[in-house]
Ligand binder design. Structure first.
Ligand SMILES: [Zn+2]
Ligand SMILES: [Zn+2]
Length: 158
């Protein structure tokens, strides 16, 4: 269930704050080794949100970026708080692409429910995803149309 803090978030130290002004387009959990590194944990959470809908409400000057390459070989710009190091979002090269908000940075994470788990071939061995509850992919999902539709239904319901 969404609450008044479902669409706001920030870094661990609180210097960087953001607000989502539009409906997120999809949420998935990614078990690739890059996401394990960036999260320092078992998987990454990607909440896709149109760039125009993401408003940095505090600490813009603290938000640093680091560039790397995605699996597709394209630029991935990773934004993080330069004080505490929390990863906030990943951005692709084009402004048309949604931002991937690192969803654990939301103030209220109680409503989050990914529609898919991807890159399960590199998941940590204790991860046991119920394939009846989530779309499961060994690598990239390819066509995301169905996942976006599933997310929309779920978002409208929750
Ligand atoms: Zn911080
Ligand atoms: Zn990943």
């Amino acid at each position: 269930m969404k609450t008044s803090t479902s669409m706001t978030g920030g870094c661990q130290c609180g210097a960087v704050r953001y607000r989502l002004n539009g409906e997120p387009q999809m949420l998935y959990a990614c078990h690739c080794t890059d996401c394990q590194k960036q999260s320092s944990s078992a998987f990454g959470m990607s909440l896709m949100v149109a760039r125009a809908d993401v408003e940095i409400t505090a600490g813009q000057e603290r938000l640093k970026t680091w560039d790397t390459q995605g699996d597709d070989g394209l630029l991935k710009r990773c934004a993080f708080c330069s004080d505490c190091g929390s990863r906030i979002y990943h951005a692709g090269e084009s402004d048309d692409e949604p931002l991937s908000i690192k969803a654990g940075s939301l103030d209220d994470t109680g409503w989050l429910r990914p529609v898919a788990h991807i890159w399960l071939k590199s998941a940590q061995p204790w991860i046991d995803v119920d394939a009846r509850q989530y779309r499961c992919y060994t690598e990239e999902p390819g066509d995301e149309t169905e996942l976006i539709a599933l997310w929309r239904q779920q978002y409208a319901r929750d």
